[in-house]
Design a protein. Sequence first.
Length: 117
Amino acid sequence: MTGWYLGALALSFAGVVTIDARWKVALFARERRARALTVAVTLVGAVGFLVWDAVAISRGFFGRGESPAMLGIEVAPHLPVEELVFVTFLSYLTLVVFAGALRLLGQDARTTPEVRS
């Protein structure tokens, strides 16, 4: 069944967006600055992962295996389109989890965390 991996990524992404919308921890935060920062951090994270992928591919560490679950479309040699979605999802997920953890701990993401010794 072609494309189910991309579908699973899209479903997972939608789940994280739903969590963010419900608890307003990142993209759906009330502050405009927080929304802009979410987009910027997610993009920087995704680009960082893609640079990492490019270096690993160029050195022969990564290679694209054949799978019926993937679309078979590559944006570059050994870099499937699903990887773009995955690294963006991973960056956004990390940001939502981090912001949610700060909220659970009672700390505001805009302040410096208190260091206890």
